[in-house]
Design a protein around this ligand. Structure first.
Ligand SMILES: Nc1nc2c(c(=O)[nH]1)N[C@H]1C(S)=C(S)[C@@H](COP(=O)(O)OP(=O)(O)OC[C@H]3O[C@@H](n4cnc5c(N)ncnc54)[C@H](O)[C@@H]3O)O[C@H]1N2
Ligand code: MOO
Ligand code: MG
Length: 398
């Protein structure tokens, strides 16, 4: 049995090397960049009017002039005009180029325009006010978004603004999510008293889609020969297989044996943790990766969050997310010499401190308990008493 830290490092050392693909920007939300995004022009690319109003030369104002003849109007989307007469003004709209010969914009709210003359109704203005000057945000050729960034809303907007109609991203891994077990029936079926509906693959699909993967949901019976035939084909078709169930000590737990016959090398089996002790992990010479997650739903979930998700992030070229460190809201005991992943609900105290309420539930089959939780707190194996106020890492799933 190996430690959580050793299991984690073995898993990360076996992340996939995914190829790059060029895809239309409109399909790229949530994907991971394999090229940096750079500014093709200054941001903003010209001195941009930021309020609707009039543009003047500040110098004219500073000499005491308060009435300006309106010489014309500069709209957004028009080439830049020039104010030839510095004692006049131009009406300007938000998003327009600041006309040459002007440097300052006064809002319509602060002027009164009558018979083509603008009377300024405020006593103070600042030179350059209401102008978003060229290159104040970023300079041309500056890197805006580095390689390895997931394209969220701001990154998508920046990609569009710099003209990336297509972007180079990590190809999504193809991952088969496979439940095993003769007691499990389809979500649409009415179970017999000795059956339950399979839920783990839905959970796994949700976990993986939060980062990005092409997934299919499959089911295999507790029958070693059928499993071997089907898994052999799946190992050819997919980059990785994620199985749930069939990895413990029961007489129908065939996953480790079948994998061995298929030439998938066991990297570890059993981790000193609860839940999820029977976790199995293996790799093939062809570069395929197999996660044998323990079948109890809370174990499947914890292992998916603690091992599978970081592995997926690393495979896509994303940095591995770090847990937050949070204080226990009340003391908790856990005697076995195992790392204990305690389900917790997070809240903020009146004085602004994050705190974790332990919600152990009734064990690793109690998935309903997770509905009121936000994450798992990782408590070290070398202690059994954990005091109120002590802080430990929390892997959040909300
Ligand atoms: N003698 C021992 N028995 C068990 C041990 C052990 O060390 N010695 N470990 C226990 C632990 S810890 C866990 S966790 C489970 C892991 O079992 P398996 O991975 O072999 O999974 P199964 O036996 O197939 O199923 C366990 C449990 O989970 C339910 N399950 C499975 N798949 C799904 C699914 N897709 N959706 C919903 N529920 C699922 C299944 O019905 C079982 O109740 O072994 C302990 N036993
Ligand atoms: O993963 Mo098992 O929970 O430790 O039931
Ligand atoms: Mg079992």
């Amino acid at each position: 049995m190996i430690s959580v830290a050793d299991a984690y490092s073995i898993v990360l050392n076996n992340s996939l090397v995914l190829p790059t693909e060029e895809i239309p920007l409109v399909q790229a939300a949530g994907r991971v960049l394999r090229e940096p995004l750079t500014a093709d022009r200054d941001l903003p690319p010209f001195d941009r009017v930021s309020m609707d109003g009039i543009a003047i030369a500040y110098q004219t104002w500073s000499k005491g002039q308060r009435q300006f003849r309106v010489a014309g109007a500069q709209f957004a989307g028009q080439p830049g005009q020039t104010l030839a007469d510095e004692t006049a003004c131009l009406e300007v709209m938000t998003g327009a180029m600041l006309p040459a010969g002007t440097d300052t914009v006064i809002r319509y709210e602060d002027v009164q325009i009558t018979d083509g003359v603008a009377q300024i109704r405020i006593d103070e203005i600042k030179p350059g006010q209401n102008v978003h000057h060229r290159a104040t945000d970023r300079k041309q050729y500056e890197e805006l978004v580095p390689i390895g960034t997931r394209l969220g809303p701001p990154e998508m907007a920046v990609a569009a603004s710099v003209g990336k109609a297509t972007v180079s991203v990590s190809k999504l891994p193809r991952i088969a999510l496979i439940s095993t077990g003769d007691e499990l029936v389809d979500v649409a079926a009415t179970p017999q008293p000795y059956q339950i509906r399979r839920s783990n693959t839905y959970l796994l699909q949700t976990v993986l889609q939060s980062v990005g993967a092409e997934t299919v949901l499959l089911h295999l019976p507790d029958e070693a020969d059928t499993m071997e035939t089907d898994l052999k084909a799946l190992l050819t078709d997919f980059d990785a297989l994620v199985l749930s169930g069939g990895v413990s000590a029961g007489k129908a737990d065939f996953v480790p044996g079948v994998m061995q016959r298929l030439g998938v090398r066991q990297q570890f089996h059993q981790v000193a943790q609860r839940p999820g002790k029977p976790l199995w992990f293996g790799t093939s010479d062809a570069g395929k990766v197999v996660f044998g997650l323990p079948g109890n739903p809370v174990s499947t979930f914890l292992c998916a969050y603690r091992y599978l998700l970081p592995w997926l992030r690393a495979s896509l070229g994303l940095p591995v997310a770090q847990p937050s460190v949070v204080r226990l809201k009340r003391a908790i005991s856990f005697a076995p010499k195992l790392t204990y992943f305690l389900p917790v609900s997070l809240s903020v105290s009146a004085d602004g401190i994050w705190q974790a309420e332990p919600l152990p539930g009734s064990g690793s089959a109690d998935y309903a308990n997770l509905l009121r939780c936000d994450g798992f707190m990782e408590l070290p194996p070398d202690r059994s008493e954990f005091k109120e106020g002590e802080a430990f890492p929390v892997y959040t799933f909300r």
